[in-house]
Design a protein around this ligand. Sequence first.
Ligand SMILES: Cc1cc2nc3c(=O)[nH]c(=O)nc-3n(C[C@H](O)[C@H](O)[C@H](O)COP(=O)(O)O)c2cc1C
Length: 174
Amino acid sequence: MKSIVLYSTRTGNAKMVAEAIASALPEGTPCRNIREMNESLSDYDCVFMGFWVDKGTADDASRKVLENLHNRHVAVFATAGVNPASSHAQDCLKNGASLLPEGKKPAGTFICQGKVDPQLIEAMYKRFPADNPHGRNPESEARHKEASTHPDAADLENAAAFARNVMNFIQAEK
Ligand SMILES: Cc1cc2nc3c(=O)[nH]c(=O)nc-3n(C[C@H](O)[C@H](O)[C@H](O)COP(=O)(O)O)c2cc1C
């Protein structure tokens, strides 16, 4: 079975996760930024597609790829600024996966936290008042502090385990 790992990234978090996923797949599995790939996706049985969360769903570049993934098996992963156990993170993952072609269910999904661009944080602090969730307040500062160390080694291990689980799921399905 031929697999490929694709990702879209703005600041590198999704790339780190994509590389951890690829490292758990057979040697030589390509790992590509969607802006740079030259492979024909129809050559692959399984596509792992990763996005960064942009306003509650997949970033625009990922959206176009997700909408056109007709491969037999598709797995979806993401990084977001919030804790992956939060309902916001789970909604973001669902929103991204729902962009897959109609009727296509992912063979697995995974999300982990990723540090937020400090320039974006500053811009939000300037734009929003302190009583807004995006303004400077103890909650937002704690959230950004928590995110600042992610993806960490445990996230990358979890991403690799996710890749192995997807492969096992696909094998069991045959
Ligand atoms: C414009 C913009 C919008 C974002 N929107 C969200 C959001 O709605 N929810 C969230 O949890 N994180 C959000 N984030 C944080 C990113 O999803 C997070 O930092 C991610 O790990 C970035 O991945 P990357 O380094 O691969 O670009 C946003 C970041 C940017 C720049």
